[in-house]
Design a binder for this molecule. Structure first.
Ligand SMILES: Nc1nc2c(ncn2[C@@H]2O[C@H](COP(=O)(O)OP(=O)(O)OP(=O)(O)O)[C@@H](O)[C@H]2O)c(=O)[nH]1
Length: 477
């Protein structure tokens, strides 16, 4: 909805726009009722709700008063009401106030990620707003024109609720620049709309109690294929069409003179079938989404080049271990491993050769660690090995085994064997189960200090502060 006409700093202009807008749609709404085909359609409440939610700075008593006075003026001018114009329009105002207060705290509605979830809030918001509006409206109607409460209440409720639920999802999700053409560029993308038209036609031809639900599977197909605003728009059009078709008798939900010789039961059976198939379609698409999410998570958690855990994957794994209580009473050992003089490998043999070295080093590391621990590419040419339940001596032995496995055999680069070595820093300690990330980070920085000592003392060695008070360095073998 492009409403740049409204301007935060120009209250008078805003008031005028809101006043004319309200007056116009009250007038339209009033006249839509006369021919009866849209007697379930009173759009101004939903329209104003959408405006107040999208432009939350309008949510002030002053602007509500402006809209209310336009509603009263419309009824006084065109319906010849006096006091009823004040009391009945208070019901409209009540709808807007309740709906806006329930939707305005949810700014997620206006950004893509929160839209689907937040759109579901429209349903309870419309229901509560309609109940409030219907209760006030039916009471006022009873007092003013002695109408019975329950029929009046159900009229108000169904009118407000259906209008709100049809209009608001569309109005609240409509982007500033909707691009219908890009969505429907390929003919296959038009199939859901075509099936919607087909199902609506089938509902007209078949008729009966079940026919109202015939478009549901097609609408779900639209929901899977199109953006939220377009699906909401199509739902709105379908809803209005059904109401108009029923009012004109073109869609015969009584089912007694349907075009096809189908009885009530046949129509109901078809209706039930369409309802039953709808959750299935949603379930299948949800399954596809879950699989996609799983693949994405796998990609995010693994390093593309070395196929080992990525840094974020390691933290994710730590949180899983924490959730499963697998960290309890198990000392954690961190080996921080950095390839020596890696820059010169890149410089002498090229970046591709550097990549190949990283891959080979990771493979050798993984073979040395086996199932005992986790290997992670921590960043650049730095790796981290996480091991659980090893004593300080065992940890140092493991670090040395890794270092030897890497230097043991030269790596072939452009036809010549290159000796690659690594420097290692070792640290160990308990991971606090209620604060895994922080205690793990402390271990990493302790290991990093030891790695620095390994580098400073000439590289290709392991340093650990665990064995004696003084750092132990294992000089090149
Ligand atoms: N080929 C390749 N190079 C990388 C990658 N990530 C980081 N590097 C390079 O790794 C090099 C790291 O260089 P330095 O931090 O100077 O370390 P170094 O040359 O190994 O020296 P020391 O660590 O002090 O032994 C940089 O040149 C980075 O560009 C990668 O994914 N592929």
């Amino acid at each position: 909805m492009q409403l740049t006409l409204l301007d935060k700093n120009r209250p008078l202009k805003n008031s005028l726009i809101l006043f004319v807008f309200t007056l116009f749609f009250c007038f339209v709404g009033g006249h839509l009722r006369l021919p009866a085909e849209l007697s379930l359609f009173w759009p101004i409440n939903a329209l104003l709700t959408a405006i107040f939610v999208r432009f939350s700075w309008l949510h002030r008593p002053y602007y509500y008063l402006v809209c209310y006075s336009a509603m009263v003026l419309n009824d006084t001018l065109f319906s010849g009401w006096a006091i009823p114009a004040f009391t009945l329009n208070a019901a409209n105002l009540l709808f807007i106030l309740v709906a806006v207060s329930m939707l305005i705290q949810r700014p997620g509605l206006l950004n893509a990620s929160g839209r689907v979830k937040s759109a579901l809030n429209i349903f309870p918001a419309c229901l509560l707003a309609s109940i409030a509006c219907a209760t006030w409206g039916a009471l006022a109607q009873g007092l003013l024109i002695s109408e019975r409460f329950l029929p009046a209440w159900s009229d108000w409720l169904s009118e407000q609720f259906s209008t709100g639920v049809l209009l608001l999802p569309f109005l609240l999700t409509l982007p500033r620049r909707p691009s219908l053409l890009s969505t429907l560029r390929r003919w296959q993308n038009c199939l859901p709309i075509a099936s919607l038209m087909l199902s609506l036609s089938a509902a007209v031809v078949i008729g009966g109690g079940g026919s109202l639900s015939f478009p549901v599977p097609a609408l779900i197909w639209c929901a899977i294929s199109y953006p939220l605003w377009l699906t909401s728009g199509l739902t709105l059009i379908t809803g209005i069409s059904e109401i108009v078709l029923v009012m004109h008798g073109l869609m015969n939900i009584q089912g007694d003179d349907s075009l096809l010789p189908l009885g009530h039961l046949a129509s109901a059976r078809l209706g039930v079938a369409t309802v039953a198939i709808s959750p299935l379609i949603v379930a299948v698409s949800m399954d596809a989404i879950r699989q996609l999410n799983h693949q994405l998570a796998l990609r995010a958690n693994h390093d593309f080049l070395t196929r080992q855990l990525s840094r974020s994957g390691l933290y994710e794994r730590l949180h899983q271990l924490q959730k499963n209580s697998d960290l309890r009473a198990r000392v954690a050992g961190v080996l921080l491993i950095d390839v020596d003089y890696f820059k010169s490998i890149n410089d002498n043999y090229g970046h591709d050769a550097g990549d190949a070295v990283l891959f080979e080093v990771a493979q050798r590391m993984q073979q040395a660690v086996g199932q005992e621990g986790l290997v992670c590419r921590f960043g650049g040419e730095e790796f981290l090995v996480l091991l659980f339940g090893l004593s300080d001596e065992q940890l140092l032995e493991k670090a040395e085994a890794i270092r030897h496995s890497i230097m043991q055999e030269k790596i072939m680069l452009r036809g010549s064997g290159v000796a690659v070595t690594v420097s290692i820093g070792v640290a160990s300690g308990d991971l606090e189960t209620n604060n895994v990330s922080e205690s793990f980070n402390r271990l990493v920085s302790a290991a990093d200090k030891q790695l620095f000592i390994s580098k400073r003392n000439g590289r290709n060695q392991t340093t650990s502060s665990l064995i004696s008070e003084n750092a132990v360095s294992h000089t090149p073998a």
